[in-house]
Design a protein around this ligand. Structure first.
Ligand code: BZD
Length: 838
């Protein structure tokens, strides 16, 4: 193609194409150019926000260059790509990460400083991209970082929500939600591709016809068409030129504004249709681990899946390979069941549109898809009413019935006359109305299914997918891929002091690409100077958090106290309730002590953060209880500062970056078997924070890596949970006495009008304590005592803290992605060759 261009044209591209160099002067030049042109401001009119925008745009120019080079390299290599389909990407801020990964940090930092700004203030101007709820969305972001860093040819596909996860504020101790209109100012981290549009159809009917070869074919005539517009988000890798892409789709009306209807006086109806199309990607559903059966959510899922598959298929078709090669060119990972319709859509494209035989198509489909499960909680399992799917996507419903029919016929052959097994395995739940079980669809349509930590991957085989194991056999389809986190953001960026110490100690930054190298810190564990700097780093992080707490809550805490943190979505299974009940127990114990006795006690600051789904009444009451307890405890001078409680509002990625490096101990205390993995546990330990946790999710593997001495584990085990629940239901199990005392304190009105908290307390009594707080309470208090004792031994604690970080290599998302690439996707790295700019 290039060879066809005139020489003069090529010469001009040679001469002017490679403008954006990475030195300080070039950066300053583009900063000033963006202030005056992009922002239309002058030297007299730049505030920190404009400085952020000008910096971001200067970085964006350089990002785009890498993005182009990468995409060109991948197109030319034409090797197998992986597509990560996730309804959530919780990216947080981008500037600092882009500076680091592009290697611009020093030059830009100096450049900005000379222009009169502090980089810290500039970075602080950025609003989070908060297109996710919690762990699942953040995992997708960490995985994109690792895919880019490891040179894999990968794309993410998601939705460009106009409103991300709501902003949380507190009023009288209650959560109130505010819209997160994050696109209020321009977003320099996306490239609008207004020319990349895909028509997505809904509703309508299915026609049967006979094609030219005499075969029965089906054609879906959708009646409502919405346009999907692409916005590309470049994701640069660290220490590589590779820069991958997340394509986010935004919905817009297909039809131009209908003037004739306007003239007929149907203005409102005409506008409404426009608005309905835009509605599809308007808002992220704010529920985590809970299924909400709204039609709009199903529409979001199909809209996203249809546009993404159209795009993937279009790209594949360019290579003119036969369809049978599709799985050798394309791997698609389903992040939970949210994109399960992709299985049906690809089968429809192949059979209905491309005329591939059903069985050949199904072979292609199942070799292409793999599915990650993130939960076994029954209330989180996606099921859609058959009538709803039928109405919205009539052809897809037929295909689902056929997939199910052929699948069950195979089961019947392998296990004749076992109607119960068929019913249990069926993709269709035979209730009134019928439901489509999305997890079953995902299992049947994928060649690999994985859980996200060892225990979780074992549990899914014993619970939700038990019957599939009977059919497929134990080790064919089901695997474990323990989650990971990116050390670039979660150690290097969030904890610059500790990162610098690690680099100084190990002699280089190689650990940022190979986290196992942290093991090298172990030989410095007794080095006085090293230990001193280790403590200093932690302390300065605690000071930073102390200031943040003061700024956001008005609460003043002592940075020398033990910082005890629980930050995550508020959910009954995560048991923030148990934590605050434990705080009440501590408070009333402290109150009973004499001054002399108290002098010996470890001072604690108990820090909470996290959002409750807006419709989750009990979770919202937990927030209220935490704030009511905080109000009483923080204003009680009689306990002499030995305990403070703070609920930090609006927990998100950038707030996490402040909180996590400052923790001494963090709590990961889910009822055993309920937290699939957890990923913040990894972030805390990597930053030298100890953890207090149940024998659940990735806590177990963290324990294996860091050893008994450096973790506090407690509570009943996953295999005991069923029996304990049974006992609560059918026997009169007395409540743990310490817990009963705490309940009595709340009911006595110690923390305000106790009637407010009655529904919460009822979950322990009338609700049969489903999450087993009573059963774990005593061992929880015992573990807390051990934490206090250990913290008194200052030197011992420092040793633990160092050994924690040093042993966390396994939990890098680089390790996780490598496992996915080798065991599931079968893809190879494609290093980007820097070309001349043409
Ligand atoms: O996924 C979480 C699990 O609860 C964690 O244990 C696990 O570590 C992470 C990553 O694997 N699940 C979620 O975050 N789930 C959701 O946010 C979600 C969102 C929408 C619908 C259902 C679940």
């Amino acid at each position: 193609e290039i060879a066809k261009l005139p020489k003069e044209t090529l010469a001009l591209w040679e001469k002017y194409g490679g403008d954006e160099t990475d030195d300080k002067e070039a950066f300053q030049k583009s900063f000033i150019r963006h202030v005056t042109t992009t922002l239309a401001r002058s030297i007299y009119n730049i505030d920190n926000f404009s400085a952020y925008q000008a910096t971001a745009h200067s970085v964006r120019d350089r990002l785009i260059k890498r993005w182009n080079e990468t995409q060109q390299t991948h197109t030319e290599a034409d090797s197998k790509r992986v597509y990560y389909l996730s309804l959530e990407f919780l990216l947080g801020r981008s500037l600092d990460n882009a500076l680091l990964n592009l290697g611009l940090k020093d030059n830009c930092g100096e450049g900005v400083k000379e222009l009169g700004f502090a980089m810290e203030d500039v970075l602080d101007q950025e609003v989070d991209a908060a297109l996710g709820n919690g762990g699942l969305g953040r995992l997708a972001a960490c995985y994109m970082d690792s895919l880019a860093t490891l040179d894999y040819p990968a794309w993410g596909y998601g939705l460009r929500y106009t409103y991300g996860i709501f902003q949380q504020r507190l009023k009288d101790g209650y959560q109130v939600e505010f819209p997160d209109y994050w696109l209020n100012f321009d977003n320099p981290w996306e490239l609008p591709r207004l020319d990349v549009v895909v028509d997505v159809k809904f509703y309508g009917s299915v026609n049967r016809y006979t094609d030219e070869k005499g075969r029965k074919r089906y054609a879906w005539e959708g009646i409502d068409t919405v346009q999907s517009v692409a916005y590309d988000v470049p994701i640069p890798g660290y220490g590589t030129k590779n820069c991958i892409n997340i394509r986010l789709w935004s919905s817009k009306p297909k039809r131009q504004f209908d003037l004739s209807r306007f003239n007929e006086g149907q203005y409102e109806q005409a506008v409404q249709e426009q608005m309905q199309a835009e509605n599809i990607t308007a808002v992220l559903y704010p529920n985590d681990n809970h299924m909400v059966g709204k039609e709009l959510r199903l529409k979001q899922q199909y809209f996203w899946v249809a546009a993404s598959l159209f795009d993937i298929v279009r790209r594949f078709k360019k290579s003119q390979r036969p369809w049978s090669h599709f799985p050798d060119q394309v791997a698609i990972q389903l992040n939970d069941t949210h994109p399960s319709l992709a299985i049906v859509e690809l089968q429809r494209i192949l059979v209905d549109l491309e005329g591939v035989d059903w069985d050949d198509a199904w072979e292609i489909v199942t070799r292409t898809f793999a599915f990650t499960n993130h939960t076994i909680l029954p209330e989180a399992m996606e099921r859609w009413p058959v009538p709803m799917v039928q109405y919205l996507l009539p052809r897809h419903m037929q295909i689902i019935f056929d997939i199910n029919l052929f699948f069950l016929q195979k089961v019947e052959k392998a296990f004749p006359d076992n109607r119960d097994l068929l019913a249990r395995l069926s993709i269709i739940e035979e209730s009134t109305p019928q439901f489509v079980r999305m997890a079953h669809l995902a299992v049947v349509g994928s060649h690999r299914v994985n859980g996200v930590a060892e225990l979780h991957s074992e549990l899914i085989k014993k619970t939700i997918f038990k019957d599939f194991i009977q059919y497929y056999g134990n080790d064919s389809k089901f695997e474990n891929k323990t989650n990971g986190i990116t050390p670039r953001r979660w150690l290097h960026q969030a904890n610059p002091k500790l990162s610098e110490l690690i680099t100084d100690t190990l002699g280089n930054k190689n650990w940022l690409k190979n986290l196992d190298l942290l093991k090298g810190l172990k030989s410095y564990v007794d080095n006085k100077d090293f230990r001193k700097r280790w403590v200093a780093a932690k302390h300065s992080n605690k000071v930073r958090l102390t200031e943040y707490i003061k700024k956001t809550t008005g609460i003043i805490v002592n940075s020398n106290a033990l910082f005890d943190v629980q930050v995550k979505r508020i959910h009954e299974y995560k048991r923030q309730f148990m934590n605050i009940l434990g705080v009440i127990h501590r408070y009333n114990t402290l109150k009973k002590m004499t001054s002399e006795e108290r002098a010996d006690v470890v001072h604690r600051v108990v820090i909470f953060g996290g959002k409750a789904a807006p419709g989750y009444y009990i979770a919202k009451l937990v927030i209220k209880l935490i704030n009511s307890v905080a109000e009483v405890v923080n204003n009680d001078n009689s306990i002499e500062d030995s305990l403070k409680v703070a609920f930090i509002p609006d927990y998100n990625v950038s707030v996490a970056e402040i909180i996590i490096p400052a923790s001494d101990i963090s709590q990961h205390i889910s009822t055993a078997g309920t937290e699939a993995s957890g990923t913040s546990n990894m972030k805390f330990v990597l930053n030298g924070g100890l953890i207090l946790g149940t024998v659940d999710g990735a806590n177990i593997e963290i324990h294996e890596e860091i050893g008994d001495d450096n973790i506090f584990m407690f509570g009943n085990l996953a295999h005991q949970v069923d029996d304990l629940r049974h006992a609560h239901r059918y026997r009169n199990v007395p409540m743990d006495p310490s817990l009963q005392a705490v309940i009595n304190d709340i009911e006595s009105g110690q923390f305000g009008d106790s009637r407010i908290f009655a529904p919460l307390i009822n979950t322990l009594t009338l609700g049969q304590d489903y999450y087993l707080i009573s059963d774990d309470f005593q061992s929880y208090l015992d573990a807390q005592k051990l934490v206090d004792e250990a913290y008194k031994d200052k030197e011992g604690w420092i040793t633990k803290s160092i050994l924690c970080s040093a042993n966390m290599g396994k939990f890098s998302s680089d390790r996780a992605i490598q496992e996915y690439a080798e065991r599931i996707w079968n893809i190879e790295p494609v290093p980007v060759v820097t070309k001349k700019h043409i």
